[in-house]
Design a protein. Structure first.
Length: 236
């Protein structure tokens, strides 16, 4: 009799343990399922934010590329005059082209959402393919920014060129229209002196260097545009 009671209690205890274990497993499964839903939601929100930033930059790069391509065409015209061609262009038109050929506009690059995702460790929400695509984009973007530093048109070597071309005066008028900047007599060229300076071999070489920098920008911007499309496709 006593053995039967012990057996029943034992079976009851085993049953209780099994029920508790099942309950724990179900709770863990539900918690895991809920966690997966949260991560899926966070991943979707993250990718949406990153794609929006990529599209913003794509628009900015496309706009700047169009602007630089216009500068490229004007530099070619000025270079041809420097080489002794297109002499029919008036001095006023030529001076206007010289000022407008310099790509002085700034590029608006947004990296806030990408940097925030990296800093907060949200990249763990992405697949390896998505992370690789974003890393590739970031590498190309860093390369472009570094190339711009190395190919800086507004460096010390070109400053005399800007002074002779009255570019410093022009930019000062744009930024500070009410401030008078007096130009040094040595750089205040007559029309004949301006044309003579433009046709110097050294001037042609400097203009060629500026053209190279512009072409480098165009190539990088084209590559970035293509890479952004590939990155967005990886995030879809």
């Amino acid at each position: 009799m006593e053995k039967n009671k012990t057996g029943k209690y034992f079976k009851y205890a085993i049953g209780e343990i099994i029920l508790v274990v099942i309950g724990i497993l179900i709770a863990l499964w539900l918690n895991n399922l809920n966690q997966q839903r949260i991560e899926l939601r966070d991943s979707s929100n993250l990718k949406l934010a990153l794609k929006e930033e990529l599209l913003e930059n794509k628009k900015s790069f496309k706009s700047y590329k169009s602007y630089v391509e216009q500068c490229h065409g004007k530099i070619i015209t000025v270079l041809n005059v420097s080489a002794g061609d297109n002499d029919e262009i008036t001095i006023d038109t030529l001076k206007k082209l010289v000022i407008e050929m310099m790509p002085a506009g700034a590029i608006d690059i947004n990296e806030s959402r990408l940097n925030a995702a990296k800093t907060s460790g949200q990249f763990r929400l992405l697949t390896s393919e998505e992370s690789t695509a974003l890393t590739s984009y970031e590498t190309i973007l860093d390369g472009f920014k570094e190339a711009r530093k190395l190919n800086n048109i507004f460096n010390n070597e070109n400053r005399p060129l800007f002074l002779y071309f009255s570019l410093i005066d022009d930019y000062n008028k744009r930024l500070y229209p009410n401030v008078v900047l007096t130009k040094h007599p040595d750089y205040n060229l007559s029309d004949e002196d301006f044309l003579s300076f433009l046709k110097k071999r050294e001037t042609y070489l400097q203009l060629s260097s500026i053209l190279t920098s512009v072409l480098v920008d165009i190539q990088w911007l084209g590559g970035l545009d293509k890479n952004i499309d590939e990155t967005i496709e990886a995030l879809n």
